[in-house]
Design a protein around this ligand. Structure first.
Ligand SMILES: [Zn+2]
Ligand SMILES: [Zn+2]
Length: 109
């Protein structure tokens, strides 16, 4: 079960997750899938944003069906897709409108 922050942190720290995350990004060609569906391409770059203090585009591997609700799909590659941080925020805003803060750091560890 992945109900608490600690349980989730442990999951996102696990070797299994790290391996799978790389596999998903490779499968998706390091492109944001929602952006791609909208005819845009967001790829991970090494371009550095001074103002943000990090790389301009960051990719996150997102659980289509949430980890918390579907722990059995946690390591199911068909339940994972590569998204950019912008799309990721949108996904979670849409689904978890009332709990935005809860998901702020999710999947970025
Ligand atoms: Zn995107
Ligand atoms: Zn997500």
């Amino acid at each position: 079960m992945y109900k608490t922050i600690e349980q989730k942190r442990k999951f996102y720290d696990s070797g299994d997750w790290k391996r799978l995350r790389t596999e998903v990004k490779q499968r998706d060609n390091y492109e944001c899938q929602p952006c791609k569906r909208n005819g845009l391409v967001s790829i991970d770059t090494n371009e550095y944003s001074e103002s943000a203090g990090r790389k301009k585009i960051q990719l996150v591997v997102h659980h289509i069906k949430e980890l918390e609700d579907h722990p059995d799909l946690a390591l199911d590659i068909d339940n994972l897709e590569t998204v950019c941080v912008d799309c990721h925020n949108r996904e979670h805003d849409r689904v978890f409108e009332r709990n935005v803060n809860k998901w702020e750091k999710d999947e970025r560890w």
